[in-house]
Design a protein around this ligand. Structure first.
Ligand code: NAP
Length: 357
């Protein structure tokens, strides 16, 4: 049983405001939840974006606690939970409601969307996985009926899912981003080859180690990148493009690179000019919502978390490189500023909530 009733959390007091560390109640787990002592939480672009419109629309109450990536130790299990016990080290995703947010010292999470952390992975590394990986897996494999935010591919964990795309090229824009690194690894798992990515060239070794076969300098003009693709694909049509960056300068490139009938994943809302679109080309666009807590994502999320321990243990999925920020939660605002100003390359910023003064 947890005895602590108050804790430190990263608080946003009003829309458009700045985060600061303050006191918050320790949440109570429901029957299907566990209470976690959060040892590591990753910073993500959404953590700064959510302070301002349009993403601030997701906030239900102020002060708001943010955080969608966590790793920690189970300190209490809900009455119906049989899969976990006190002392288990788990990795999990947070949600946009205070009890479920990860940038606090204690949070709750439904047991079915957690995975044990294998011994070869540190808590800091584990915290770099949930949002980035979910943003790829849900975009490709969610089968929720009528849901448009997925390409609905056959999951790699199902018969034929790892051979369906064998020998077909994949193009990933922003390979060095957190999401991009997981997109490379899932594309490899799904059998895509070659795997062509755009990135700063200093990330070449890292991205090659994850499975990328060709790195195209992201500082080239979009037309120059487009012109290189036929040679890199060996003339094969690009039926799968993942734009992890999804800015106005990358989305037209992503759309133009995609072959007729292919599937494109975008991570921000669609700003592809209508003049480029032609309904006859049957290009499918999925604007992913990468959170396993969402009702439409939950079934696929459970399937992902069933496999995550094994994927991490066997190195099938490698976490991002991590940089641990000093000062516990107090280090988060400066880290978020670095993310906002594009000062983070190829790695994930981590805070350790228990180190908060
Ligand atoms: N829809 C969703 O549910 C969802 C979920 C997660 C993330 N997102 C969004 O997806 C985006 C990526 O998130 P993230 O956490 O993966 O970001 P991140 O790790 O912070 O991205 C940083 C990386 O972006 C790369 N980059 C920046 N501009 C680029 C460009 N024009 N071309 C290629 N690479 C570029 C940089 O690569 P180099 O270092 O190689 O220069 C840098 O390493 C963010 O906008 C985020 O808000 C959406």
């Amino acid at each position: 049983m947890a005895t602590v009733q108050t804790q430190k959390a990263l608080l946003l007091h009003a829309e458009g405001g700045k985060y600061s560390v303050g006191d918050a109640p320790v949440p109570r787990p429901g029957p299907k939840d566990v209470l976690v002592k959060v040892e590591a939480a990753a910073l993500n672009p959404i953590d700064w974006k959510i302070a301002i419109p349009p993403f601030s629309g997701l906030i239900q109450e102020y002060p708001f606690i943010t955080g969608t990536d966590g790793a920690g130790v189970v300190i209490e299990v809900g009455a119906e939970v049989t899969s976990l016990k006190e002392g288990d080290k788990i990795v999990f995703q947070g949600w946009f409601s205070n009890p479920l947010a990860t940038l606090q010292q204690f949070c709750v999470v439904p047991a079915e969307i957690t995975a044990l952390i294998p011994d070869n992975i540190s808590l800091d590394q584990a915290a770099s996985v949930p949002l980035g990986l979910a943003t790829v897996v849900l975009a490709l494999y969610n089968q929720h009926p009528g849901y448009p935010k997925t390409l609905r591919y056959k999951p790699v964990w199902e018969e034929g899912g790892s051979t369906e795309f064998a020998g077909k090229p994949a193009f990933i824009i922003g390979g060095a981003s957190s999401v991009g690194q997981y997109a490379i690894q899932i594309a490899k798992l799904a059998g895509f080859s070659p795997i062509i990515v755009t990135a700063s060239l200093h990330n070449t070794e890292l991205l090659t180690s994850l499975g990328a076969t060709h790195i195209v300098d992201r500082s080239l003009e979009p037309d120059a990148i487009l012109a290189k693709l036929p040679e890199l694909t060996g003339g094969k049509p690009l039926e799968f493009v993942y734009d992890a960056i999804s800015l106005p300068e990358t989305m037209p490139l992503a759309y133009q690179a995609l072959a007729p009938g292919g599937g494109l994943v975008i991570t921000l809302s669609d700003v592809i000019p209508a003049t480029l679109k032609d309904e006859g080309d049957r290009k499918q666009i999925a604007y992913v919502f990468g959170n396993v807590h969402a009702p439409e994502n939950r079934t696929c999320g459970v399937e992902l978390y069933k496999r995550l321990t094994e994927w991490l243990e066997k190195g099938i999925i490698k976490p991002n490189t991590v940089e641990v920020l000093p000062g516990g939660l107090a280090g988060a605002p400066e880290g978020l500023e670095r993310l906002e100003n594009n000062k983070v390359s190829g790695k994930k910023l981590i805070v350790r909530p228990q180190e908060t003064a």
